[in-house]
Structure formats: C-alpha cells, structure tokens
Design a protein around this ligand. Structure first.
Ligand code: NAP
Length: 238
C-alpha cells in the first residue's frame, strides 16, 4: 500500500496498516518539513515527477492500492495520484478530515483562495493573524498598510509582508495559548484555510469576537473519500 502523507492522519493510517497482517505500507512525503516524524512502515521522501513519474513508481513497486492522506490544500499531488491510479487501474481513495463549520456568533467570510482575503482587509481590521500555508504568504507581500502575525511550521521564504512578526510552531495548539497569542498581538482578524482538524484558533477567535476570513478547500477529483483512518483500512480490506 502507498500512503501519500504529510499529515497526522497519514501517520495514524500507516500505523494501522503496518499492524495489519500481510500489508506492506510505504508512506511518501514531499520533503517540505525539515525533521518529519518517521511513520510506521517504510518511508520515501521527494516528488515523483508528476503523474507519469508516480505511475512509473507505482508500477515498479507493484503497488496494490493508494490512499491519499495529504493535506486538504495539497491539490496537485491528489490530482496526480487520481490520474496515475486511474491509468493503471489501481484502487485509489482519499482520506480527508472533515472541514470546519461556523458556530453561533462566528463572523466568517468565505473566500475561494487565501489571496482573495486581500480586498476584505483592512475593512475587517489592521492587525492580521495569518495561519495559512507558507506558499500563501507571498499574496500579502505587497501590503504595507497592515500588520501581520505569521505562523508556520518552518521559517517561510521571502517575499513576506512588510510589517510582520513570525512565530513558528506545529500543532496541536490549545485554546488558552491561542487566546494569549491573539491578545498579546492585539489581533483584529484571523485569515486561515478550511484545513479541518485542530480548531483551537477558531475557538479563540470566537471568544475574542474576531472576524475570520477562511479559504474554501480546492475541489476533490471524483474518487472515493473516507473521513477516518479506520474507514480507510475498511475500504482497503473490503
Ligand atoms: P501539492 O501542491 O499538492 O504538490 C506539489 C508537488 O509536491 C507534487 O506535484 C509532488 O511532486 C510533490 N508532493 C506533494 N505531496 C507529496 C507526497 N506526499 N509525496 C511525494 N511527493 C509529494 O502539495 P503541497 O501543498 O506542496 O504539500 C506538500 C506536502 O505537504 C503534502 O504531502 C501535504 O500533505 C503536506 N502538507 C501540506 C500542507 C499545505 O498547506 N498544503 C500543510 C500540511 C502538510 P511531483 O509532481 O514531483 O510528484
């Protein structure tokens, strides 16, 4: 089995599969994170070289099934995997954690991409907490009318917004810590993506009555989708 990874659920899935008799699991990482936690089973790191490269790798390693457990915003690898497995006739499913939904009192503004948050700012506030992917930060680089708190796992490459403070950290985060961060930096508005999972920052934003600009997920290809690691194992073994 090949698990396309880079998420906590991919690690949990690899652990379940590695403990399943007769299953040999390989997790693939893109190689973006400096010190990834090694998953159970085998690990390979680095791009495949597009759908053709992935198809060649699947054939060479005689892979029986592929589960995409990548991040909801890693749309290219998901599309490549759908393409390569379709061509080879290999079963393929996506493991996707559920997205977030607003609760009572939330002031959420949905946008198609993180960059689309730009025109909504600064009407929503001038001190912005940006918790997006590293690749989205450049969309705000031209702005010097706003102040940004940036949070990424590893330090991001330039270009970055003119006025910013960077904090690095890997979740899970906790509501008390998120509240302290919002208050310390006098944040007006949170800009994030509908990643799902750990929602501490959204709970903290609700408590502080902050506006939230939230980017929708990219669409998935027309393939089976499961929401939990166990459902992925059931799909593989059914
Ligand atoms: P992406 O835009 O969908 O993929 C870009 C390229 O990176 C792909 O074409 C592929 O290169 C390579 N790649 C991506 N995931 C891979 C994997 N699991 N194994 C081998 N190659 C992979 O992906 P991304 O947004 O850059 O994210 C990269 C990885 O980081 C993903 O695996 C994802 O799970 C993880 N991650 C992403 C985010 C995020 O915000 N996007 C957040 C947390 C974790 P080739 O075409 O050469 O095969």
């Amino acid at each position: 089995m090949l698990v396309l990874g880079g998420t906590d659920e991919a690690r949990r899935l690899a652990a379940l599969l590695a403990a399943t008799a007769g299953v040999h699991v390989v997790t693939s990482l893109a190689g973006r994170t400096r010190r990834p936690e090694p998953p159970a089973g085998q690990l390979r790191i680095g791009g495949f070289g597009g759908p053709d490269g992935l198809a060649a790798w699947l054939r060479e390693h005689r892979v029986d099934a592929v589960i995409d457990a990548t991040h909801p915003f890693a749309a290219t690898i998901t599309a490549n995997a759908a393409d390569a497995t379709y061509r080879l006739g290999i079963p393929f499913a996506v493991l996707r954690r559920p997205g977030w939904r607003p609760g009572a009192g939330d002031r959420w503004h949905w946008v198609a991409t993180v960059a689309d948050a730009n025109p909504l700012l600064p009407a929503l506030g001038r001190r912005v907490f940006l918790t997006t992917g590293r690749g989205d930060l450049a969309a705000f680089a031209g702005r010097d009318d706003l102040w940004f708190l940036l949070r990424t796992v590893d330090p991001p490459p330039p270009p970055l917004p003119t006025h910013h403070v960077l904090v690095t950290g890997r979740g899970p985060f906790h509501v008390d810590g998120e509240l302290a961060l919002l208050r310390e930096h006098r944040i007006d508005v949170l800009v994030t993506r509908d990643s799902g999972g750990d929602a501490a920052k959204l709970v903290a934003a609700r408590r502080c009555r902050l506006s939230v600009v939230i980017a929708r997920r990219p669409p998935l290809p027309d393939v089976p989708v499961v929401a939990t690691e166990q459902a992925a194992v059931d799909w593989l073994t059914s």
